[in-house]
Design a protein around this ligand. Structure first.
Ligand code: NAD
Length: 420
């Protein structure tokens, strides 16, 4: 009988027939969902011989919701995600016009989905701008609720902007605003709690998956109390909560000061040899450069919202672009998680049966891993690997492959389903 996924003491209870809400999505969303869902169902059926099955429950958002109900994001949809914990969604049109929030941002904020999780890996056969894309295997933990993305900003010339500047100038003694009359203002909140929960999620993930390092990516050299705070609080929580299981580069610095660099390096090597998780940090601009030059230096990264936005897309491009980049927004305490295609509605190719469904399919893979159905997720991964290495792909990828065979979305999914 179909049942809800629940959470108890931080552990998910997943029934054999979990009810999982899905949003088909706008633009290309419809054709992606129609073709991808049978692939996911087949993988589950094959992995568990019919013992397990997802009970999909459609919920509305975006244009389809607006046309049917007059609301872009109906309450029933929010309630379904709240109640069933886990959901999956296609891309949604961002409504243009006053007062309507981005639907994606609304979902993330209302459910407090503080981690934006983006695993970035390469599939054999996919052509990328890198010479050695096989070296890229990086998982991004992007903070999703704070930073300059909190939406606290005022347009230049408004009463609010003037009032805010007056407060800065008169009360806070700020004299550094170069053009106060014509400046817009934004506020960048970064908290200890927000940092700690994100960094802990990244460390937990690295420990569970036996990964070598977590890197805190920040601009603390310039924004000392926000981005710099992220680094300081991140190191502090790692040392406080994980003790001997981690070795931080902050500890390395301390040993270096007290006993010299040789001793510090010796202890670092011992920590690596005993499979301790190394927690380190890097300035964002250096990360963007180094991840291209030396991608093997990075395994899991934890970063603030804006850095994470840039980094995720650069990393995605390094392994073949947004068509195959999956994502999830997760609150590990409440269990709420929404898995999503990371690209937009691609209106230029909608209805043509050429869209690449891999981003949504790989998001479903992440969802299956999240609920512990790894046998099913492995089948899909293996299937995609085999398709891509044979040159079988949608046109966006196939056109760059030497042996590329451009398949329509429907044929690509049908072939993938057969391959499983
Ligand atoms: P887009 O991602 O829709 O398209 C950018 C380009 O990439 C287009 O040329 C498109 O054809 C191509 N593309 C995207 N996904 C592809 C796929 N799976 N296979 C092959 N090609 C693909 O970005 P955009 O044009 O800036 O945005 C269109 C709409 O989507 C806007 O309303 C935007 O707000 C929305 N959007 C939604 C999300 C989301 O729901 N997560 C994300 C980004 C943009």
């Amino acid at each position: 009988m179909p049942q809800k996924v629940t959470i108890e003491n931080g552990k998910l209870n997943v029934p054999d027939n979990p009810i999982i809400p899905f949003i088909e999505g706008d633009g290309v969303g419809k054709e992606i969902w129609k073709n991808a869902q049978p692939v996911i169902d087949r993988a589950v059926e094959k992995a568990y011989q019919g013992k397990r099955k997802i009970e999909w429950k459609e919920v509305l958002a975006g244009e389809k919701a607006f046309n049917q109900t007059g609301s872009w994001l109906p309450d029933e949809t929010m309630n379904a995600f709240r109640e069933y914990l886990i959901g999956i969604k296609g891309p949604l049109t961002t409504p243009i016009g006053g007062g309507i929030r981005s639907l994606n941002v609304a979902l993330r904020q209302d459910l407090d989905l503080y981690t934006c999780l983006r695993p970035v890996r390469w599939f054999k056969g996919v052509v990328t701008p890198l010479k050695e894309p096989e070296k890229v295997n990086i998982t991004v933990f992007r903070e999703n609720t704070e930073d300059i993305y909190a939406g606290i900003e005022w347009m230049q010339g408004t009463d609010e902007a003037k009032k805010f500047y007056k407060f800065l100038h008169d009360e806070m003694g700020v004299t550094k605003v170069r053009f106060p009359e014509t400046s817009s203002f934004g506020v960048k909140p970064v908290s200890v709690e927000g940092t700690e929960r994100l960094v802990c999620a990244a460390i937990d993930y690295a420990l569970v998956n036996n990964l070598p390092s977590v890197t805190l990516v920040h601009k603390g050299n310039i924004m000392k109390f926000t981005e710099g705070g992220f680094k300081t609080w991140g190191y502090a929580v790692a040392e406080r909560e994980y003790g001997d299981r981690v070795f931080t580069m902050q500890q390395w610095e301390k040993i270096k000061k007290e006993k010299g660099e040789t001793e510090a390096n010796k202890i670092l090597e011992e920590a690596k040899a005993s499979k301790k998780l190394i927690v380190k940090d890097i300035i964002t601009d250096a990360f963007l450069q180094n991840s291209l030059l030396k991608p093997t230096d990075y395994s899991v990264i934890a970063t603030l919202n804006l850095n994470g936005d840039y980094a995720s897309d650069q990393l995605a491009a390094m392994v073949g672009g947004i068509g195959i980049a999956p994502g999830a927004n997760i609150n590990y305490e409440t269990g709420h998680a929404i898995f999503e295609a990371t690209h937009g509605t691609a209106p230029d190719i909608a209805g043509k049966d050429i869209v690449n469904p891999s981003s949504l399919i790989l998001s479903a893979v992440m969802m299956l891993e999240y609920i512990g159905w790894n046998e099913a997720s492995d089948l899909i991964i293996n299937g995609l690997e085999s398709m891509f290495s044979n040159g079988e792909a949608t046109v966006d990828l196939a056109r760059f492959m030497d042996n590329g065979n451009s398949l329509p979305t429907s044929r690509f999914c049908a072939a993938l389903k057969e391959t499983l």
